[in-house]
Design a protein around this ligand. Structure first.
Ligand code: ZDR
Length: 277
């Protein structure tokens, strides 16, 4: 089957169009093709499907074969592909995801595509819904958590998928490869969690690194950048719009007056090819 390979801020994906023909096992496909030595190499697989509720439907599978509800960097790639492939003649359209129906809009400068802005919907803060246990329906904002024998403070946010945002004074002091997997499987998070480690540079610039559920360290995380801005605003650390500086690039996130998060960033095609289905 044909595929295209994409990246948004270095968070990379294999994109396949399954509107005509579905695969039997997307999880097994993702495990195989995401492998960087024996496969194509990617942080996840994005699947284009027909939707009866929106213009298109997106599914996302992690490198370990698990399915995620949403993917922020992925949906920008998904949207640009569809627009450039002529699957839609609209610059703004709707995509059904595990986080509801989201709305990407192609961003242009002098007519040329420079990126995609996505209405990522409202952040979910009720602990039960993130889900994180121990707080009922309250918000878990700047609450203590023990991981790896250390005390941390975290804010739990769902962008459709779960996030644990941890502010630190010095990002260089955190061994994300060691503590990341322990946050991912912390008993408080029944669906596991993505974890963002964040250092505040100033009120409009936040430096963030991520340990992704089902995928390990990646160069960027779109839903994580949205969760980070949300947590920074709730804890008084930032303005309602800020640049989130990731290992692989920068995303601009705004928590607008309509309570929706808007994420703007790049989406680039690296190459196209064919792979055994
Ligand atoms: C973090 C992510 N790459 C994005 O850009 O939002 C999403 C990937 C899915 C994530 N690993 C999860 O929720 O399991």
């Amino acid at each position: 089957m044909e595929f295209t390979k994409w990246q948004g801020c270095g968070n990379d994906f294999v994109l396949i169009d399954c509107r005509q023909q579905e695969l039997d096992d997307y999880g097994a496909f993702a495990k195989r093709v995401c492998d960087r030595h024996y496969g194509i190499g990617a942080d996840g697989v994005l699947v284009i499907l027909e939707s009866d509720k929106a213009d298109f439907r997106m599914r996302i599978f992690n490198t370990d074969g698990s399915e995620a509800e949403m993917c922020g960097n992925g949906i920008r790639c998904f949207a640009r592909y569809l627009r450039e492939a002529g699957a839609t003649d609209k610059d703004k359209f709707t995509v059904e995801t595990g986080a509801g129906i989201l709305v990407p809009e192609i961003v242009r400068k002098d007519g040329a595509i420079t990126g995609v802005c996505v209405d990522m919907g409202e952040p979910v803060l009720a602990a039960d819904e993130v889900p994180v246990t121990g707080y009922g329906n309250d918000r878990a904002v700047d609450v203590p958590i023990e991981v790896a024998g250390q005390s941390w403070r975290m804010t739990a946010v769902s962008m459709g998928n779960p996030h644990c945002v941890v502010f630190v004074d010095d990002l260089k002091q955190v061994s994300i490869d060691q503590v990341g997997p322990l946050f991912e499987t912390q008993a408080r998070f029944p669906k596991k969690t993505n974890t963002e480690f964040v250092q505040v540079l100033d009120r409009t610039h936040l430096r963030m690194r991520v340990w992704e559920r089902g995928a390990a360290i990646t160069l960027a995380c779109g839903t994580g950048a949205c969760a980070t801005l949300t947590a920074a605003v709730l804890t008084g650390r930032s303005d309602r719009a800020a640049d989130i500086i990731l290992d692989g690039g920068t995303l601009h996130i705004e928590w607008a007056a309509d309570n929706h998060l808007y994420m703007t960033g790049p989406a680039e095609c690296a190459f196209a090819g064919t792979v055994e289905a």
